[in-house]
Write a protein that binds this ligand. Structure first.
Ligand code: TYM
Length: 405
């Protein structure tokens, strides 16, 4: 059989100059390396990019899984030929809040294994896995974007305020009192809450993570929506100042239409359904971790906070605990309508516990079976390719701001 002709090599300058043109505006200019006959050739691929990241703290939970991992893996399984899928570990984000640094490497590798166990098809060339810190352009673009980001803009970020614990100051005293308390006593804030510059600045790093690859769809949980909005803002700001530099990610509404019900999820803490299920919950009693045993999960679900209304309704205002359980049930394959209207809460809890237990068992078996060698090979290939893509966009930005000719 005749060998197909080699594609023409595509220079970085050509890629660079083509990125802003109108035809490609809604698509990311992505590049793959096609290694044939020992020579690497850059191939342009006009595929829209879907991207997300999960911090490596070795304690991923079902909120992370259902809110971010499942939508992107579902997309990767069904539509990888139509999209470029980037799933990465934002390792530089890992210590925006204090961690045990001796555990970080293990946490990073565990996250990557979780991606594979969750069903990411590693053999597909349109799918990329990488570590943020292995692509230096993320940090470099962050430093540039910092100078176009307002201090006030960052201090309004809900996640930052939550960690700072400004919520201790009642809203009735007004937003400015809450801000003033931080300005008046920033040293205290760090000592008491370990609020670092890294935490303050991390939405900018997140924007760089997204904009370097021109991602248009970014499946994230509800807690990251504000950061996504900021990413759109900074991209538009830079574009209006310097011309078409960045592809602006789709709005939350469009993302929602694209991903359906899984986009913008907020799985609640089982004990305190007013707040999201979170890694930073100290007790872990309201959180189902991906490495919990089915028995541990069963116990946590049985102890989940409900209410005394005595009838199951899907209504987050009056029955947040029950509604959260109904959502978990449905996301793990159950049917919430079979329970709505029932006067007993016990059978719902039992059904959620069974489905969650089955999920955990199945997931953990898959985790044990992950081919680490194949994973490492994929990682090395992806990181080389991602460095090239990211460097191309960074070079364009450096030129626009006057750092390069
Ligand atoms: P992280 O690591 O805190 O969480 C990873 C993803 O899980 C989602 N999530 C939830 N979804 C539903 N219910 C919950 N209870 C819940 N808890 C967490 C988060 O919304 C997130 O999508 N900054 C990000 C990581 C990141 C990133 C990015 C994401 C860095 N750069 C670029 C997308 C694009 C974070 O800390 O997520």
């Amino acid at each position: 059989m005749a060998t197909p002709p080699e594609p023409e090599p595509f220079s970085l300058t050509q890629l660079h100059s083509g990125i802003g043109n109108k035809v490609r505006k809604s698509y990311i200019q992505s590049i793959v390396f096609s290694c044939r006959r020992n020579s690497c050739i850059l191939l342009p691929m006009n595929k829209p990019v879907i991207l997300t990241g999960l911090r490596a703290n070795n304690d991923l939970h079902i909120g992370n899984y259902l809110g971010a991992l499942l939508p992107i893996i579902d997309m990767a399984r069904r539509h990888a030929d139509d999209y470029q899928i980037n799933l990465f570990v934002p390792d530089l984000h890992s210590f925006t809040t204090p961690i045990d640094h001796s555990q970080l490497q293990a946490g990073i590798m565990n996250n990557l294994r979780v991606f594979a166990a969750a069903g990411l098809p590693l053999d597909n060339p349109n799918i990329h896995i990488y570590r943020q810190s292995y692509v230096p352009a993320h940090s470099e673009l962050t430093i540039i974007l910092n100078s176009f980001t307002g201090f006030g803009e960052m201090s309004r970020m809900t996640q930052f305020k939550d960690k700072l614990d400004l919520r201790k100051i009642p809203r009735s005293q007004g937003e400015s009192a809450r801000q003033d308390s931080f300005s008046a006593n920033p040293k205290n804030a760090f000592q008491q809450n370990h609020v670092s510059m890294g935490l303050f600045d991390y939405p900018v790093l997140m924007a760089a993570d997204i904009l370097l690859y021109g991602a248009i769809y970014v499946p994230v949980g509800d807690d990251q929506k504000q950061h996504l909005e900021f990413t759109r803002d900074i991209a538009e700001r830079m574009n209006s100042k310097f011309g078409e530099l960045f592809i602006v990610p789709k709005s939350a509404k469009e993302q929602h239409e694209f991903f359906g019900k899984d986009q913008g999820l907020r799985i609640r803490d089982l004990l305190d359904p007013a707040k999201k299920m979170s890694k930073s919950d100290a007790s872990g009693k309201g959180v189902i971790f991906l490495n919990d045993t089915p028995e541990q999960a069963h116990k946590k679900i049985q102890s989940a906070t409900t209410d005394s209304l005595g009838e199951i309704k899907y209504d987050y205002t009056t029955q947040p605990g029950i509604s959260n359980l109904l959502d978990i049930l449905e996301l793990f394959g159950g049917r919430k309508h079979e329970f709505i209207g029932s006067k007993q809460y016990g059978p719902l809890k039992e059904a959620v516990a069974i489905l969650t237990g089955q999920f955990l068992e199945d997931f953990q078996t898959k985790l044990e079976m992950v081919d680490t060698k194949a994973l490492e090979q994929k990682l090395a290939m992806s990181e080389t390719a991602m460095c090239k893509i990211a460097e191309t966009i960074l070079a364009k930005v450096q030129k626009a701001v006057g750092l390069r000719t």
